[in-house]
Design a protein around this ligand. Structure first.
Ligand SMILES: *Cc1c(COP(=O)(O)O)cnc(C)c1O
Length: 378
């Protein structure tokens, strides 16, 4: 189609012009390293496999066993014939981890958020989002057709004003944020959010994608707090794939019937579910993995003279897109794989390096990155 090609070429030219084009690079992950097509090795500082579980022998073994026993695909949606025992067992494990009565596993974290929010709120309701909340929380809010408002990042006074002004006008209000912000590495004040939302009868929804497995002995950011809706992903610290929501039994029952990304989408492959279960077990047995990743991140911050991070994620804001891409290239030259994060993933003028520390890193990797990156910040 000529018109389609014309469209694609113009779009691509504009992205290239703005240094906003993105391109997947074939890489092979091996422990804490990646290898490119030429076989060159880089220390991997761009992976969310924070505990190094995606290639852990117990995780791989559990997935292999399930593959042999049950095959690859789930065959259908949960409600048709796709509801494997391992999925129920994984949900019990997740509910226990998050200290919630029930859990529901989705095809991915993206699908968990875009399925759950529209199942709970609709056109008369209001969704209030932290402005830096993940793209799929915004997408879920849009899909719900509720009114959508944003508050300045982690600004509880702004949220309080919004709730005071808006709460009475809507039957239901859902407030969505992240436990650890994916591109900034800072945390939400879950205790205060919980109190504020309770006061206004607003439903607090915390996406704990980057806190699960790392903070709070693996429980994430919500442990000990009253958070009615806790979402997460199996794809980061748990090294697998899939998403989940933990909530009260009655809420999860409604999601079974109403969350469209669950009802109309095939269940996760059994080997993935079994691997995720094994990852949860390793995480429980070896809590030092999370501590090691956190301690690397803190060492890195000290080395670079940055404020202490509250997670395994260290951001180095460089501002200009080209400067961030240049720093990425210079670090690759020195043997470190770090990704530049550009708008629209982050706000304009805040292009950055996003450095993810994991349990697979050695002390020398951190020291080497400090030595390579320090001069670029001067
Ligand atoms: C990664 C991420 C997601 C998406 O999870 P997937 O399982 O990769 O689809 C959702 N929310 C947040 C905050 C994330 O960082």
């Amino acid at each position: 189609m000529r018109s389609l090609s014309d469209f694609a070429q113009k779009k691509q030219a504009a992205l290239d012009q703005a240094a906003r084009a993105r391109r997947p690079v074939p890489l092979r992950r091996q422990g804490g390293h990646v290898l490119d097509e030429t076989g060159q090795r880089f220390v991997n500082f761009a992976s969310n496999d924070y505990l190094g579980l995606s290639q852990h022998p117990r995780v791989v073994g559990a997935a292999q066993d399930a593959l042999q026993a049950l095959g690859l695909g789930a065959g259908a949606s949960r409600l048709v014939t796709g509801s494997a025992a391992v999925q129920h067992e994984l949900e019990q494990d997740l509910a226990q981890l998050k200290q919630k009565p029930a859990a529901l596993v989705f095809g991915s974290g993206y699908l968990a958020n875009t399925g759950t929010i529209p199942a709970l709120v609709g056109p008369d309701d209001l969704v209030i989002l932290d402005e830096l909340a993940h793209a799929c929380l915004h997408a879920g809010a849009q899909l719900s057709r509720a009114r959508v408002r944003h508050f300045a990042h982690n600004d509880l006074d702004a949220l309080r004003s919004l709730l005071a002004a808006e709460r009475a006008r809507h039957p239901h209000v859902l407030v969505a944020t992240e436990g650890v912000f994916s591109m900034d590495g800072d945390r939400a004040d879950v205790a205060s959010l919980s109190a504020l939302c309770r006061e206004h009868d607003a439903w607090l929804y915390v996406d704990d994608a980057h806190a699960t497995g790392v903070l709070g002995q693996g429980r994430g950011s919500t442990g000990g707090h009253d958070v009615p809706l806790v979402a997460g992903t199996l794809s980061k610290a748990l090294g697998a794939y899939g998403g989940f929501v933990c909530a009260a039994d009655d809420v999860v029952r409604v999601l079974h019937s109403r969350a469209r990304t669950q009802v109309y989408s095939t269940a996760l492959p059994p080997p993935v579910l079994a691997g995720a279960r094994a990852a949860l077990a390793v995480m429980r047995d070896e809590p030092e993995r999370g501590q090691r990743a956190m301690s690397h991140a803190q060492t890195l911050c000290r080395g670079l003279g940055l404020p202490e991070t509250e997670s395994t994620i260290v951001k180095v804001v460089l501002g200009d897109d080209r400067r961030a891409l240049g720093a990425q290239a210079a670090l690759a030259e020195a043997g470190y794989w770090v990704t530049a994060i550009r708008p629209p993933t982050v706000p304009d003028g805040t292009a950055r390096l996003r450095i993810a520390c994991t349990a697979l890193h050695e002390d020398d990797d951190i020291a080497g990155l400090v030595a390579a990156l320090g001069p670029l910040l001067a």
